[in-house]
Design a protein around this ligand. Structure first.
Ligand code: GTP
Ligand code: SPV
Ligand code: MN
Length: 587
């Protein structure tokens, strides 16, 4: 491939190499042979383990440094000229200061190593949604994961042509020193730096760094939206396929909903589900006045623990070929993988995610709670036939959701688009192992974008309001909560496949096929309108799941008022209006 054809790319790669001083530069051409060779090299070099060739053909296991297992939100920065533009929810440093720091870390960091240059596309190459990037990295792990998660290689260079319109990304593993770890977005320069990490969302830059933090800035400028959302097609017995997007915070059920299998009663009647995406949606207004969405990724970087033949057989099927596992346990008896929740009975002996001997009596987790699989989207048995459609799919509903033990009901519908934006802006959820820090603490995570919005959060809400004004047929906006608990702390709603019962109501609402009750927070289903057939749940329990505790919601409204106060008077008036309506409704 002609690597010097684009002077902007060649000059920039040369400049990075001059600083990082790698022994060798390798351009990723996207060929099967090159990827195979790098996989073999990783296995021979000891950084990856090849799994059972019959049960897991072409699958590898990787273990990260024990201190480098998740996204690091306190080390993630948005570096734009004015601090105000990053807003109160992002870490900020001036670009000059940050570049100086990063170039200091980059200097000579690849000595003795190979620098890989990965041209990649987010979205189908050539699609009106597609955006291109070049990530240079000294990590084979990054190359092999990016080759699954994105479309890589020569075709991307061809699409970029002579243009300077590509996102520059630099990654060096460095020393993995926790205190010198930086994940940095420079939205004004379309540049990304990840240093001293070699984990998932920190370093697979196409994902959170580009497709959300940088892309949210591009979307704001260009009139589209970059969202932390799954995309799911739901086919009813008449053969109509309707699409929904769902924004749930990290490790709160996007992958599971995106691959759900209808309950038996639904399957018999002809219901089917089609996965378009499990983590990120790029959304644009179409000529028909609807919103259209694509999944810019090409694979799944899914949470392993809890994934089983029972909870998510589609995800299990995804992982049986060409998959990279990160920080799961190894069952050495047959060289296969295991994680908590995969099977009822754990293996009697395993090698844990840190490479140590493990037994069920060890009292520790065999797999890290944020262990993941990187699987090609094409492996998914229910992958949508629209997956590669360059124009995406039309969206009927947007669904927000999170982990709330009490406050949020199973489902409710916003009164209109602006009220829906309010519902998204007040999302709160218990934190999970997807990011380093406390787990199980409720925090506000607007639109599931708290860690991913690349500019001022209140400007982002304004962008949502503006988008609503631009589209004639906006999707209806809902909120769901699969995670309400009983007095013993157990989930009341069965979740997973049974979530289709709620989706059915949501879609009926979108097409005016069912009524609803008005409540203080929005429209709530009539209990008889959620299909409980084949489910071991009575209407009284369902009624409890739909209950709105006025005292809790009054406290919630107070907290929202406090929360909005953080944004320096920039919260859109439409959202204040919704808050006032809520307060009034609660009395
Ligand atoms: P990221 O990839 O981090 O953005 O996460 P995600 O939103 O795709 O989360 P995922 O679907 O992987 O779910 C994470 C965890 O939530 C797993 O432990 C699942 O078992 C659990 N989970 C998912 N859906 C449900 C549900 O409907 N009910 C319950 N109780 N748990 C669920
Ligand atoms: C998330 O944390 O939301 C993920 C995993 O999807 S990571 O790619 O590590 O960000
Ligand atoms: Mn995610």
């Amino acid at each position: 491939m002609d690597i010097t054809a684009n002077k902007h790319i060649a000059d920039w790669v040369g400049e990075v190499a001059e600083r990082a001083k790698p022994d060798k530069i390798v351009w990723i051409d996207g060929s099967r042979e090159q990827i195979e060779e790098l996989r073999e090299q990783a296995v021979l070099g000891g950084s990856m383990i090849r799994l059972n060739k019959e049960k897991y053909p072409n699958c590898l296991l990787h273990r990260t440094d024990p201190d480098d297992v998740a996204r690091v939100e306190d080390r993630t920065f948005i570096c734009c000229k004015n601090k105000e533009d990053a807003g109160p929810t992002n870490n900020w440093m001036s670009p000059d200061e940050m570049y100086a720091k990063l170039y200091g870390i980059l200097e000579g960091s690849m000595r003795g190593r190979t620098m890989y240059v990965i041209p990649y596309s987010m979205g189908v190459i050539g699609s009106p949604f597609a955006k291109y990037g070049i990530e240079v990295t000294d990590s084979v792990y990054v190359v092999l994961n990016m080759a699954i998660m994105t479309r890589v290689g020569e075709k991307v260079l061809e699409a970029i042509g002579g243009s300077s319109d590509f996102i520059k990304g630099i990654h060096t593993q460095g020393t993995l020193d926790k205190d010198k770890k930086y994940i940095v977005q420079f939205p004004e320069d379309n540049t990304i730096f990840s240093v001293n990490s070699n984990y998932g969302g920190n370093v697979l830059q196409g994902k959170k760094c580009f497709a959300l933090r940088i892309a949210s800035n591009l979307g704001r400028k260009e009139g589209w939206m970059a969202e932390h959302m799954l995309i799911l097609g739901i086919e009813n017995p008449k053969g109509e396929i309707r699409y929904v997007c769902g924004a749930f915070p990290s490790a709160c059920g996007k992958t599971n909903l995106a691959m759900l299998i209808p309950p038996e009663g639904y399957r018999i009647n002809g219901w089917k589900t089609w996965c378009v995406g499990d983590d990120i949606a790029w959304i644009r207004p179409g000529k028909d006045g609807r919103l259209w969405a694509v999944n810019p990724e090409n694979g799944f970087f899914g949470v392993a623990p809890g994934t089983s033949e029972r909870s998510n057989p589609n995800a299990m099927a995804c992982t049986h070929e060409g998959t990279i596992f990160t920080n799961v346990a190894l069952d050495p008896s047959d060289n296969t993988v295991w994680w908590e929740g995969m099977t009822k009975n754990p293996p009697s002996y395993a090698i844990d995610w840190q490479g140590r001997p493990w037994t069920p009596e060890s009292g520790t987790k065999a797999a890290h709670p944020n262990s993941r699989f990187t699987a090609p989207a094409k492996n998914c048995p229910c992958i949508s036939s629209e997956f590669d459609n360059p124009n995406g799919v039309p969206i009927s509903a947007i669904i927000f959701g999170g982990r709330r033990a009490k406050t949020a009901p199973l489902v409710y519908q916003s009164r209109d688009w602006n009220h829906g934006v309010f519902v998204g802006s007040i999302m709160a959820s218990e934190t999970t192992a997807a990011a380093v820090g406390n787990v199980g603490v409720v925090r506000r995570d607007p639109m599931a974008m708290l860690p991913f919005c690349g500019y001022h959060m209140a400007d982002y809400w304004q962008h949502w309001i503006d988008m609503g004004n631009k589209i004639a047929n906006p999707p209806k906006i809902f909120n769901v909560n699969w995670f309400r608990t009983d007095d013993e702390g157990k989930f009341i709603w069965p979740g997973f496949g049974d979530n289709l019962r709620v989706l059915e109501w949501i879609l009926k609402r979108c097409f005016n096929e069912v009524g609803a009750r008005e409540s203080a927070i929005g429209y709530i289903p009539n209990v008889s309108d959620i299909n409980l057939e084949g489910l071991d749940m009575d209407e009284k329990t369902l009624d409890g799941l739909l209950e709105i505790d006025v005292d809790l919601w009054r406290k919630e409204a107070e907290d929202i008022r406090r929360y909005y106060g953080m944004f320096n008077g920039k919260v859109p008036k439409e959202l204040w209006n919704s808050l006032e309506t809520l307060e009034k409704n609660l009395g």
